[in-house]
Design a protein around this ligand. Sequence first.
Ligand SMILES: [Zn+2]
Length: 405
Amino acid sequence: MTRHGDRWGLRASALFDGCALHRGRPLVVVEGDRIADVDLSGADPSSDLPVADLGDATVLPGLVDSHAHLTFDPHGDVPSQMREESDDFLRALARRHARQALDAGITTVRDLGDRGYVCTEVRDSKDEELPEILVAGPPITRTGGHCWFLGGETDGVDGLVAAVRERARRGVDVVKIMATGGMLTPQWDSHESQYSREELAAVVRTAHAEGLPVTAHAHGLQGLADAAGAGVDGVEHCTFLTETGAVPDWATIEALCDAGTFIGVEEARLPGDDTLLPARIRRMLEARGEYLTQMSRAGARVVGCSDAGINPRKPHDVLPYGVISFAHFGFSTAEALASVTETAAHACGVGDRKGRVTAGYDADLLVVAGDLSRGLEGLLNVTSVVRAGREVRSGTGERLPIGTN
Ligand SMILES: [Zn+2]
């Protein structure tokens, strides 16, 4: 594995720093596992600094996928897999999927639902050949509810309070609760609420007392309103489903904007035949595409994520496709990129050290060929991935061409 000296530089024609695109041969200086300096002046660095000059390329923060399922095999049947496979098997699968994500430039992954807390051990291995991993453990769900097979079945306020405390004891990074039904579990329809606003509020109160954020899986219109009313820190999906269709509820959107709630939008999927999707889901996704840009312009903190693992069009390296979709919906290049870097890092509670290219932040970097302002498809053309200051993937098969000026 490539190992660079203690202090080295990376220069390319463009840099996205987490907020804005810069041109004019910006230089990023890495020292150990941190970014030491970012120089936008285009000036030559001191002659003793080894610098990899990548020419027509864009340097950006390593991507953050705030919603993935590392233990899910996208080509498998998740419910039966979760009932049958051993913890060791799922852990090995999680490691393989995490590595697949890293090779695409995803340097931080938040797992929003495993079985038996198996991802916690993968996180705790602190393996720098993997992305940084954050975990939720088994999502909390009502008895027989969405993803019950992950083992998080809990009913009533007392049960919910106990479930949150158990997750705190287990050292999770976030509490995930299924506020509504979902696609993977036909027994409970996606638009139906699984908990009352009071129950969700008890979860939020208990989690916050433990110092943990809460994110709520919420498709249904009422479930979203209740999650917002309960004060969750994030919502996942945000599709505003009713029995008959999907209708954005602007009162809830306004409440989510005012509270600064993160809105995870799992738009990333491989290109494919959308007409094969069930008609209801297709209509739901089309409707969301229409109101997403409007929501973002209204101040919503939209986070691009993947829900990787749930079906064959969602492998664990799929996140860049979501960024490309956001641009097609009308997001600017910087808005689309921020949704998987700076905003996503804040959604995951690591915004003080990830998601930006700036001095003092972790040296988790992605380099892609070309200038991304010419098209976000460039994200698929990975030149190099740097994790904690070390190059862990080279797209060209050759290590970063570091030379001294
Ligand atoms: Zn999910």
